[in-house]
Write a protein of this length. Structure first.
Lengths: 373, 288
């Protein structure tokens, strides 16, 4: 496993968090999850709102108490330790900077609480403000800073304590797109510079994909898949993961034959599609979902490419996106497929084919996958 | 940060006049002019029969600085200060709880309980304390029945009774601004403090308390100023030796009929209040 380190930083075992909702019913926010996160790793918890990712983070921070299960930090069971005794620090979603203190005092807060000598506090605060490029802002109040600057203060306030693990709860959620992209790079740079484990909660799949070493996708309090970004994207194990991360065509199919590395499935219009399942054979007549990403599908007219999956269809809709164009193509049996093509060559039109034109769609067997759940 | 004041358009000035005019007129007639009369009177002379003689003098102010009267002023400041402190200590936990109660219904009930005393006249409520604290009142009765005391305690007509009456009367003025200030605090800041190694006590002292300062300052001013000039509570619950500056001014106007001297005293009280308020704002203002 190509983790930055083999040393487990955070281990969650059978972690459960239940709430009693206003109607008196017990609701599981986190549903018995198991997870090992390694030192020096940039790890993301990704999922829609209400999936339990923030609750998981808060339990690691000690701000929420688990209903059952254990939390271990570098081998030490911290499940019953209060937040102020845990060697972790948090960057909160809306920063939670102390409005009555200037930036320097905000950043120095944790060090003062642990009675670090005064000279050392001054030096460390200055160093960390330099790390986040705010060394000249020390005397300002949080309200005098922009959103991006406040975000960096929140980061500095956590990092100055040299935590063993840094927890980040959607820290870039309140920033606009350009700033968010700049901060993503900045965060990654800082994580590599300080070399500690970052646990990053986000609902933004792009953010998770670009920054993380590994990602856990959560839904309804469960962890669905833990993988490296490209494994997650290219080989989603469930329909939810395939749908949540990026775009996917889901096509109902039935297993026909297993042949070598490939499985043949039949689509609604009788088409036979070949899917590379790496030799994992599925029972015949099993209903499955064929998943294929739009950008893996080629749309064209004229000479057919030499691939296993080529189907006839009619272009029903064209949507131009600047860098790409989307083509909705109807195959026989009302099988709808969306293909995404990069606009590499501008020929004076938004698309390389016209609406209502007969075309073929094509993809390679190893780019599709079969989902059974 | 700063909003640039743009010159008002004609119809806006007209509207402003309509909106502000009535209250400005009210304040001018019923506040500014009487205050000026008091100021002028404080430099005039008392006639033999208590009438105002238009003769300029500084004698009233000289008399005000008599050690006897300054002692009363000092005593009044101490009593008002003690009242403010006790109100703050008793109100803070309640206001904190009130602000943190999740259930809106419970909160409204508690808020109503704070305000119920206002439904009854202050004088009558203060009289009620005479009954409660009286020699054969319910408090003494209960203590004797429980065998805590043999003889009734003399709870009335001393400083203690005055403080009880003051705290009782002014506590709501402390609770409400405190509640408003605490309710505004973002309690995720407390979580942030916990996350940064502050235990409950440290988080309270370094985050919640400083952020409650606007409420503490407002409540203290609302309690301190009226209790400094109070005379009803001291009249009804205090002994013959418990004279606060409010009683003194009252007696100058009503008993001694020395309006110029009473006016000079009123000016002194105002100066004291102004001084105390400025001092307080400067102290508390830093954290606002």
């Amino acid at each position: 496993m190509p983790h930055p380190s083999q040393q487990p930083a955070v281990e969650l075992r059978d972690l459960i968090k239940q709430y009693v909702d206003p109607n008196g019913e017990v609701v599981a926010a986190v549903n018995q999850i198991n997870l090992t996160i390694y030192d020096e790793e940039f790890f993301s918890l990704l999922g829609p709102s209400g999936c339990g990712k923030t609750t998981t983070l808060r339990m690691i921070a000690g701000l929420d108490v688990p209903t059952s299960g254990t939390i271990t930090l570098f081998g030490e069971d911290v499940t019953d330790k209060p937040a102020y005794r845990r060697p972790v620090n948090t960057v909160f979603q809306r920063y939670a900077l102390f409005p009555h203190m200037n930036i320097r005092d905000n950043v120095a807060f944790g060090l003062r609480m642990r009675s670090v000598p005064k000279d050392e506090i001054g030096d460390r605060v200055q160093a960390v403000l330099k790390l986040v490029r705010l060394e000249k802002m020390g005397d300002r109040r949080p309200s005098q800073l922009s959103g991006g600057q406040q975000q960096r203060v929140a980061l500095a306030r956590a990092l100055v304590n040299e935590p063993e693990v840094l927890l980040l709860d959607e820290p870039l959620g309140a920033l606009d797109l350009k700033l968010r992209q700049a901060m993503q790079e900045e965060l990654k740079r800082i994580q590599q510079e300080v070399g500690i484990c970052f646990i990053y909660v986000t609902h933004d799949q792009e953010e998770a994909l670009t920054m993380s070493d590994r990602i856990a996708v959560m839904n309804d309090g469960n962890i669905l898949q833990v993988d490296r970004p490209y494994d997650l994207y290219e080989e989603p194990k469930t329909r939810f993961v395939a749908d949540f991360i990026g775009e996917t065509n889901f096509i109902n199919a039935v297993v026909m034959e297993n042949e070598g590395d490939c499985t043949q499935v039949r689509l609604a219009g009788g088409q036979i599609s070949h899917v590379d399942t790496e030799g994992k054979h599925l029972p015949k007549e099993l209903p499955v979902t064929l998943a294929i990403r739009p950008e893996k599908i080629f749309v064209g007219v004229g000479e057919r490419p030499q691939v296993l999956n080529v189907f006839e269809g009619i272009v029903k809709n064209i949507v131009y996106f600047g860098t790409d164009t989307y083509y909705d193509v109807a195959l026989a049996g009302d099988v709808m497929i969306t293909a995404r093509q990069q606009n590499q060559d501008y020929t004076g039109t938004a698309a390389t084919v016209a609406k209502d034109e007969p075309v073929y769609v094509a993809w390679r067997a190893h780019n599709a996958s079969l989902l059974t759940e | 940060m700063s909003t640039q004041a743009t010159p008002l358009r004609k119809h806006e000035r007209w509207l402003l006049g309509i909106l502000v005019g009535p209250s400005a007129l009210y304040l001018l007639v019923l506040f500014v002019i009487p205050l000026l009369i008091v100021l002028v009177y404080s430099f005039l002379t008392r006639g033999t029969y208590g009438q105002i003689v238009w003769e300029f003098t500084l004698q009233n102010y000289v008399r005000v600085f008599d050690p006897l009267y300054l002692g009363i002023l000092w005593y009044s400041i101490l009593m008002a200060g003690l009242n403010t402190l006790l109100c703050l200590l008793l109100s803070y936990p309640f206001a904190y709880h009130l602000a943190r109660v999740g259930n809106a219904r419970t909160r409204n009930v508690l808020l109503t309980l704070v305000m119920i005393p206002f439904w009854t006249n202050f004088l009558i409520r203060t009289y009620a304390w005479r009954v409660i604290l009286g020699t054969d009142g319910p408090l003494n009765g209960a203590l004797m029945a429980l065998g805590v005391i043999e003889e009734p305690l003399s709870l009335l007509f001393n400083n203690g009774a005055v403080i009880v009456g003051l705290v009782y009367g002014y506590m709501p003025f402390m609770v409400l601004p405190l509640y408003a200030a605490i309710e505004r605090i973002d309690f995720s800041l407390v979580e942030a403090a916990n996350d940064l190694y502050a235990n409950g006590r440290a988080a309270f002292l370094r985050v919640v308390l400083p952020l409650s300062m606007p409420g503490i300052v407002a409540g203290s001013i609302l309690v301190f100023i009226p209790s400094l000039g109070t005379f009803v509570t001291t009249d009804l619950l205090g002994g013959s030796k418990t004279v606060m500056i409010g009683n003194l001014i009252q007696s100058q106007f009503l008993t001694s009929r020395d309006w110029p001297f009473g006016s000079a005293f009123s000016m002194l009280l105002m100066a004291a209040v102004l001084g105390a308020t400025l001092f307080y704002f400067r102290k508390g203002g830093r954290t606002l």
